[in-house]
Design a protein around this ligand. Structure first.
Ligand code: ATP
Ligand code: MG
Length: 428
């Protein structure tokens, strides 16, 4: 019996994990500069952690969750996104207390699970890199989070991004806007998609997020939330814009943008790219916003948060599509060629000694002919090819060749095993 991986999942093989590690490494470096520290939370949580936070009309909760009863009859969900678990951990570990520095800034990277129709850039197990920052209502923190997202993309070699921002205001704003939206949509009730019919009264903002073509035409003519902002919400949004301008971060305001999750308020944003690698038109690769009610929703005090999530699969498709070069992070320094039975122990000793000196070294393990071994050295892009043949074995020497310059030298084996750096210094 042969098995296939479950639909919507991927095997990431070494040719690709190289790219993943490169992206993750850059992310860690960028986050360190912004003083975000890593947090790791479980890959599954109690169902309520997501149902209470994502909203019971969200696509995630209504259609996409991997949830099940475990053997102890607990209702468990594989995490569909990163924020809710981080907020749960923030509350459970009382990180809101005075012992922790505010804002409390963390990042995560890891798999997320959504039951979706798999297609390019859309999987059932996918990965996000995300940040969350807790404990400040200042617009400057919204902008810090946007800035780290943009900086990340820049470091990934993605320059051509569109940053769309909007505000969902405060509670008053949304109450007022909700009424206006319902009044506008109600006359068209019969023409709305089934999903939107349900949402119209439960959460009309979500109708704006509908991907259904039937709904799209109503979205265009819908009232704008920007006309319903309270003075406080307006001031917050104005300041976010001022600070984005102060940092020379270009952005567009998209008043019809709402986010797929219920927990956002005030600033929301999406980084979008227009690349054939991701299909037609603009695709969102990083999205986030402010979620001031979430900490208290999960049993903590009133404490605000702001964050984003970036889809790693989409990012990688994009980087590959745009021809971003992935540097080889672990190049092969030395490849050992052994000629004849007698060289076996000697080559093994040399590769091991080189590794001990922090060089990446390898040799043949298939008893291949010298010609095939030299070919392998070439194919693996070895910087140096080291050869121990019959002659070298007799004299206890080794031949070292710099593959780039072609310079070569024969030295006592002991020179290589004790100080390879000194040997290659002479042929570089
Ligand atoms: P979409 O509208 O494409 O379904 P979303 O609004 O559901 O996206 P978010 O919940 O905001 O997405 O997740 C943030 C990012 O995670 C997305 O911009 C995308 O890059 C990535 N993402 C979301 N769902 C998937 C998936 N099923 N497969 C791969 N990446 C995904
Ligand atoms: Mg989605």
């Amino acid at each position: 019996m042969r098995y296939q991986r479950p639909k919507g999942t991927a095997d990431t093989l070494p040719a690709d994990t190289r790219h993943w590690q490169y992206v993750e490494g850059i992310a860690r470096d960028v986050f360190a500069k912004y003083r975000f520290e890593e947090i790791r939370t479980p890959m599954f949580e109690n169902f309520e952690v997501f149902s209470r936070t994502s909203g019971d009309t969200s696509d995630i909760v209504t259609k996409e969750m991997y949830d099940f009863k475990d053997k102890g009859d607990r209702h468990i969900t594989l995490r569909p996104e990163g924020t809710a678990g981080v907020v749960r951990a923030f509350v459970e570990n009382k990180l809101y207390g005075p012992e922790t520095q505010k804002p409390y800034k963390v990042y995560y990277m890891g798999p997320m699970f959504r039951y979706e129709r798999p297609q390019s850039g859309r999987l059932r197990e996918f990965h996000q890199i995300g940040v969350e920052a807790f404990g400040s209502d200042e617009p400057a923190l919204d902008v810090e989070v946007i800035a780290v997202g943009r900086d990340l993309l820049k470091h990934f070699g993605i320059d051509n991004v569109r940053l769309a921002v909007n505000t969902l205001g405060d509670q008053q704003t949304r109450d007022d806007y909700r009424k206006a939206l319902v009044a506008y949509l109600e006359p068209h009730y019969e023409e709305l998609s089934d999903d939107s019919k349900t949402r119209l009264y439960k959460n009309p903002l979500r109708v704006l997020d509908s991907k259904d073509e039937q709904d799209q035409k109503f979205v265009e003519g819908a009232p704008s939330i920007l006309d319903y902002l309270t003075p406080e919400a307006q001031a917050h949004f104005d300041e976010v814009q001022n600070l984005l301008k102060a940092l020379d971060i270009p952005f567009e305001i998209d008043p019809t943008m709402v986010r797929g999750l219920d927990y956002y308020n005030h600033t929301i944003f999406e980084f979008m790219v227009n690349s054939k690698a991701l299909g037609h038109g603009y695709t969102t690769i990083c999205a986030g916003g402010r979620y001031n009610g979430l900490v208290s929703e999960l049993g903590g005090p009133e404490m605000s948060g702001v964050g984003f999530g970036m889809g790693v699969e989409r990012l990688l498709l994009l980087m590959q599509g745009e021809g971003v070069a992935f540097p080889d992070q672990h190049p092969l320094d030395a490849y050992l060629v052994g000629i004849g039975e007698g060289a076996n122990a000697a080559t093994l000793q040399v590769v091991q000694a080189l590794r001990g000196q922090d060089f990446a070294a390898d040799r043949d393990y298939l008893a291949r002919k010298p010609k095939a071994q030299f070919k392998t050295a070439d194919k693996l892009n070895a910087k140096y090819t080291l050869t121990i043949g019959e002659e070298e074995l007799k004299t206890n020497t080794i031949h070292v060749k710099n593959m780039a310059s072609g310079n070569e030298v024969t030295v006592p084996v002991a020179n290589v095993t004790s100080d390879f750096a000194a040997v290659i210094a002479n042929i570089d």
